[in-house]
Design a binder for this molecule. Structure first.
Ligand code: ZN
Ligand code: ZN
Length: 418
């Protein structure tokens, strides 16, 4: 098997790929005249990187710098590196990225790695490498999580990812089908994607405005294997679609996006919840997750597949057992309707209501931009090295909003807005 990058794009519509690049720069980043841009990408995504770089310079970018990852090089580390390698990370690189963001650069990540790349590797080594990486990445990641800068993630139909999603198709057919799914979900199959995104952002804004007006103190999820009360953080704020970073630039961090989301209270989550889709976490598939919360903390966790990786994830740090995000997505979202399991959080989280373990988003608080880390913690915001979304919504899940006086308002019924 070869996973060498294929720089041919015969299976990928070049016009739509160009539209995706334009959407990433104009809608995703809102890149400003003179702003620098840092891109991270799998090397197979080179055709998209080149188009994004072109659109970025057309939008007036200062300097565009791209850092590539290569699957074969990553696997070579697991096969041949000395044991001590797995506690190391390229700290100098992440420090440089943090510095670039401090100096005003925007960040664009292209997703598309083979989600099962590390599935054959020793989970202990994977966990150590991930932890070392998370720690080194922290200063840069905080600037992203705290929304100091405008940032965006888009996806590229990497052949190794496409083969995972469509194992029965030839590589070209799989890439073509995944490309079409990415283009549809990213709204670049439409004549005027920029206008379509403006309309979509307005719709998501209507939902989050309604939820902000209701001021629920908790959400109650019920469904097969799920009876979960998610307390919401004090002064939480719902967000969805485009929002404005602390640098004043309005961007769409995720393309695609279908969710409205906010911050749960790290100490006020009770009950049991079952995942409704497998979670692909850095090369391992974790399936049929079932966890029980007490006082906001996961006290029991099991999974039919990948349980060992899940328990290592939960032991990353104290905040890894608590929630940092709760998000609502109707079951009829276009990604859900596609019926495709993408093995990629960016897509699968937008098919379904979800919760995330770990770090919260400070922007999901009233006046969040002015809050210190201690103030966020006091309001119930969680802190962790990780932020891992997993899917708990389906057409069998109901959600009630609970007001501070205990009264209930239907929010979703059978996976749709009530
Ligand atoms: Zn989310
Ligand atoms: Zn998330």
């Amino acid at each position: 098997m070869t996973i060498a990058p294929n720089f041919q794009t015969a299976a990928i519509d070049p016009k739509k790929l160009d539209k995706l690049a334009a959407v990433a720069v104009k809608v995703g980043l809102g890149l400003e005249q003179g702003q620098d841009l840092v891109i991270t990408a799998p090397i197979a995504a080179l055709p998209l990187v080149r188009l994004i770089t072109k659109h970025a310079y057309m939008a007036g970018a200062g300097i565009v710098s791209t850092f590539y990852a290569d699957e074969e090089a990553t696997l070579a580390r697991y096969e041949h590196a000395p044991d001590a390698s797995f506690d190391k990370a390229a700290g100098w690189l992440y420090e440089g990225m943090a510095k670039a963001y401090e100096n005003g650069a925007a960040r664009l990540a292209i997703a598309g790695d083979n989600p099962m790349m590390l599935s054959g590797q020793d989970p202990a080594k994977v966990a150590r490498a991930n932890k070392a990486n998370s720690m080194a990445y922290k200063p840069a990641l905080e600037k992203i999580a705290n929304f100091d800068i405008n940032w965006n993630i888009v996806s590229y139909p990497n052949p190794s990812w496409a083969r995972q999603v469509f194992p029965d198709l030839s590589e070209d057919a799989a890439v073509a089908k995944l490309a079409d799914a990415i283009f549809a979900a990213s709204r670049v199959d439409l004549d005027d994607p920029i206008a379509a995104w403006a309309l979509h952002n307005a719709n998501l804004n209507t939902r989050s405005t309604w939820l902000n007006g209701e001021r629920f103190s908790a959400l109650h999820f019920t469904g097969p294997g799920t009876d979960l009360t998610v307390g919401l953080a004090d002064d939480h704020e719902w967000h969805g679609g485009a929002s404005t970073a602390k640098n004043g630039i309005t961007c769409n961090p995720n393309i695609p996006t279908e969710e409205v989301f906010t911050t749960p209270h790290a100490l006020k989550v009770e009950g049991t919840v079952s995942s409704t889709k497998p979670l692909s976490h850095q090369g391992t598939l974790i399936d049929d997750i079932q966890v029980r919360f007490e006082g906001g903390r996961i006290v029991e966790a099991k999974a039919s597949k990948g349980e060992e990786v899940l328990s290592k994830v939960l032991d990353t740090d104290e905040g890894a057992r608590r929630l940092g995000e709760v998000a609502l997505v109707p079951h009829s979202s276009p990604i859900s309707k596609s019926g495709i399991l993408f093995y990629n959080t960016l897509f699968d989280e937008n098919a379904s209501c979800h919760i995330a373990l770990g770090q919260c988003y400070s922007k999901c608080f009233l006046d969040g931009a002015s809050l210190t880390q201690d103030e966020i913690k006091a309001k119930g915001g969680n802190a962790s090295l990780i932020h891992i979304d997993w899917m708990i919504g389906s057409d069998k899940v109901d959600i009630d909003g609970i007001k501070p006086d205990g009264s209930r308002v239907p929010v979703m019924r059978k996976g749709e807005w009530a």
